[in-house]
Design a protein around this ligand. Sequence first.
Ligand SMILES: CC(=O)N[C@H]1[C@@H](OP(=O)(O)OP(=O)(O)OC[C@H]2O[C@@H](n3ccc(=O)[nH]c3=O)[C@H](O)[C@@H]2O)O[C@H](CO)[C@@H](O)[C@@H]1O[C@H](C)C(=O)N[C@@H](C)C(=O)N[C@H](CCC(=O)O)C(=O)O
Ligand SMILES: Nc1ncnc2c1ncn2[C@@H]1O[C@H](COP(=O)(O)OP(=O)(O)OP(=O)(O)O)[C@@H](O)[C@H]1O
Ligand SMILES: N[C@H](CCC[C@H](N)C(=O)O)C(=O)O
Ligand SMILES: [Mg+2]
Length: 495
Amino acid sequence: MKLSELTSCLAAVRLYGDGELDISDIQVDSRRVKPGDLFICLPGFTVDGHDYARQAAEQGAAALVCERKLDVDLPQLVVDDCRFAMAVLSNAFFGSPSSRMRMIGVTGTNGKTTTTYLIERIMQDHGLKTGLIGTIQMRYDGQTYPTSGTTPESLELQRSLHDMAVKGVQCCVMEVSSHALEQGRVKGTDFRTAIFTNLTQDHLDYHHSMEEYRATKGLFFARLGNVISPWKEERKYAVLNVDDEASSYFAAQTAAEVVTYGIDNQANVRASRISITAKGTSFHVETFKGETDISLRMVGKFNVYNALAAITAALLEDIPLAEIKASLEAVAGVAGRVESVDEGQDFAVIVDYAHTPDGLENVLRTVREFAGGQVLTVFGCGGDRDRTKRPKMGKIAAKYSDKVLVTSDNPRTEDPLLILRDIEAGLEEDAVPAERYELIADRREAIRKAIEMASPGDVVLIAGKGHETYQLIGGVVHEFDDRIVAKEVIRGRSY
Ligand SMILES: CC(=O)N[C@H]1[C@@H](OP(=O)(O)OP(=O)(O)OC[C@H]2O[C@@H](n3ccc(=O)[nH]c3=O)[C@H](O)[C@@H]2O)O[C@H](CO)[C@@H](O)[C@@H]1O[C@H](C)C(=O)N[C@@H](C)C(=O)N[C@H](CCC(=O)O)C(=O)O
Ligand SMILES: Nc1ncnc2c1ncn2[C@@H]1O[C@H](COP(=O)(O)OP(=O)(O)OP(=O)(O)O)[C@@H](O)[C@H]1O
Ligand SMILES: N[C@H](CCC[C@H](N)C(=O)O)C(=O)O
Ligand SMILES: [Mg+2]
């Protein structure tokens, strides 16, 4: 594609140099630049991509996109905001791939991954070739690819959507994080349906206040309909959880058709008669296309919400309710979400990805409902993330557990002991007796201790890392999987 063709899709831009040269690819990491590539200089949170322009040039970059004219002998597109320019250029370069498939996006503090998995299953079973992008992985056309976060950067996203389109993917369901909305990672992506799960505290390190966090999530609904592909039906849907008060705020922001789901309040898709056991959750659902009973193999009231969101999105795709029911009932669960570790022991061990106060409270309430004995909770909080959630999670863990083992999650660049102390501050504030909790920085050791302590009928909940197969300590990535560690300890205990 010619550089000048690309510039035409950007509003405010100054071009220095030859616009007629061909661009073979786009890169944002100088280390990946190949001859003929366009290098976008991203002013990052840790380093500035402008400092790597020279290296990109040495590796054969054809041109640069930057926020100030650089002293590098290459054609340059000077823009106001490289991150936003990246989204627009990537979408144009890859030929607006989202316009070639049904896009369903899921945002909210908790439940995004689970909801996307449920939707993927329904779409696949219906015979639609479906792609999935989110926290655990990206997968389509029989292949899985690792992801480094929840929502990819716009360049990677458009590249992946393009590949999906080439491989005949008809529908893509993806998680849309608040970081992504703030940074314009999904800018230009043509969503047909935008789903909201819930809004509770997380990421206040990045968004500063709940109002700001909500406003960022609101961008998803406010922008829905801004991108309209000529061949697609123009109808867009905002699927909102009517039991979450943020929904009315989003409803007021969107031009799309609002479709609601919920349990406690009147909704277009509403569940009732909920029954939760240790094996699963059943409920009755009334929808705008009939009613039925559904028995999920996943536990917890929160999974009823995730299922309702998936049902609503699927009905909007004209999938019959009976088919939706069959697909949902076939899902055994999502990796690392209330996942049982069963080595034949006489107590339960559950690994869960709850890493927010609300997530932890939900999973603990569920666990308490079917625990035949004590609840022993192992959890920690990630470093370089919202500090204010730490004491809150400490309080919640103590409220619903008989014993709490406070340990490390991914400390990242923080001192693990200081994170533990932040959590302990919540325990102290609630005057939790010292014998009801322990601080053990080594996660393996904390898991070992909890499992050693368990008696028949007890539940050991290991929260925060779910599917993760690593632990980030300092700058080092260590292999670590709660499920494997728990298995090893249980096996060791039985001999
Ligand atoms: C805060 C944040 O969003 N950071 C993202 C940001 O990193 P950054 O700005 O620090 O990047 P940087 O290291 O400063 O580099 C700046 C630029 O220089 C370039 N560079 C750098 C070195 C070099 O030798 N050559 C070079 O060209 C880099 O490729 C980059 O383009 O840009 C990077 C790549 O473009 C992202 O990977 C990175 O996400 C980091 C890993 C991250 O932790 N993000 C989290 C907070 C996040 O986005 N989470 C959300 C929500 C999670 C959820 O609740 O589900 C998510 O969607 O994952
Ligand atoms: N609808 C829900 N409401 C509240 N908590 C939930 C809900 N669904 C799941 N959870 C809890 O949150 C944890 C994370 O769930 P899930 O991975 O589906 O959320 P997510 O929004 O994708 O998280 P992330 O922001 O990390 O991508 C689960 O392990 C569970 O404990
Ligand atoms: N998407 C979340 C995941 C947190 C998972 C937890 N294990 C941690 O590392 O803090 C985040 O990046 O904040
Ligand atoms: Mg997720």
